[in-house]
Design a protein around this ligand. Structure first.
Ligand code: UDP
Length: 233
C-alpha cells in the first residue's frame, strides 16, 4: 500500500496515511531518546528490530484473542496498521522492581512483585508523562470507564501471555509499557512492543537486554537488541 503524507512523527516512529483511510503505515526509526527526550542518540538497526519484533508479538497476541492494530509487515522498517485514535494513557505492567518503581518504593532492582502491578501514566510529553490513577482518568475524561476496564483486562492477559512466551526463550519480562487505541470504537492494542518499551533480563545471567543499556550507558546496545530478536525468531 502506498504511503501518502506523514500524519505524525514521534521519537521512534513516523506514521503515514495511505490510500485506504482505514490503514496507516508505521515506519520505525533508529533514533533513541530517554529521560523524556533529554538524552538522544542512535541505536543502529533498532528500527528494523523493533518493527519485526512488534509484528511477531502482535501476531501472536491476536492469535490468543487480543485485538491489535497490526495488519501486516510491509518491509524491514514498515508495518501496515489499522487507523486508531490513541488513548492518552501509558499502561505499565510490572513483574519485577526496576526503574522508577524501584525508586518510588525504595526497592532493590530485581525484587519480584507478589502480584503484577499495573500503573497508568498520562501520555503528555510537556508534563513528563505523570503517573495517574483511574480517578484522574475519569475526572478529566481521558477514557471512559468501559475503555479503562477493557485496557486493564487486556493488559493483565497480555502480561501472562508475554511472561510465558519470553520464559520459553530464557528471558525474564521485568516490566513493559503498552498503549491502546480506538478502532471503529473498539479498544485495540497499538504502538509497539520492543526492547524500547520493555525491560528484558537474561534468565540465567540477569544481563539487561533492552533500552536500559542505552539509558545507563552500559554498552553493547545494538548487540542486546539483536540478541532479543534472535531468541524470538
Ligand atoms: N516505558 C516506556 N516509555 C516511557 C516510560 C516507560 O516504554 O515513556 C517503559 C520502560 O521501558 C519500562 C517500563 O515502561 O519497561 C517502566 O518504566 P519506568 O517507569 O521504570 O521508567 P524509567 O525507568 O524508564 O524512567
Amino acid at each position: 500500500m502506498k504511503k501518502l503524507e506523514m500524519l505524525y512523527e514521534g521519537k521512534a516512529k513516523k506514521v503515514f496515511k495511505t490510500e485506504d483511510e482505514k490503514r496507516y503505515v508505521i515506519e520505525y526509526k533508529d533514533d533513541a531518546t530517554a529521560f523524556n527526550g533529554v538524552k538522544k542518540g542512535t541505536i543502529v538497526g533498532k528500527g528494523v528490530i523493533n518493527n519485526k519484533m512488534s509484528a511477531l508479538l502482535f501476531k501472536m497476541l491476536e492469535e490468543k484473542g487480543i485485538p491489535t492494530h497490526f495488519v501486516e509487515l510491509l518491509s524491514n522498517r514498515e508495518m501496515l496498521v489499522k487507523d486508531v485514535q490513541i488513548l492518552p494513557l501509558e499502561v505499565i505492567m510490572r513483574n519485577v522492581a526496576a526503574g522508577s518503581l524501584a525508586k518510588r518504593l525504595g526497592l532493590e532492582e530485581g525484587v519480584v512483585m507478589k502480584t503484577p502491578v499495573l500503573e497508568f501514566c498520562y501520555k503528555n510529553d510537556d508534563l513528563g508523562d505523570p503517573m495517574i490513577n483511574e480517578y484522574h482518568i475519569r475526572a478529566v475524561e481521558l477514557a471512559t470507564d468501559d475503555q479503562v476496564e477493557k485496557v486493564k483486562e487486556y493488559a493483565f492477559k497480555i502480561n501472562e501471555i508475554l511472561i510465558d512466551f519470553f520464559k520459553e526463550r530464557d528471558i525474564k519480562l521485568i516490566d513493559f509499557k503498552l498503549e491502546f487505541g480506538l478502532h471503529d470504537g473498539e479498544v485495540v492494542l497499538a504502538d509497539e512492543i520492543s526492547p524500547d518499551t520493555c525491560r528484558f533480563w537474561d534468565a540465567n545471567t540477569n544481563k539487561k537486554l533492552d533500552k536500559d543499556r542505552f539509558r545507563r550507558d552500559l554498552g553493547d546496545v545494538e548487540e542486546a537488541y539483536n540478541e532479543i530478536l534472535g531468541r524470538l525468531q
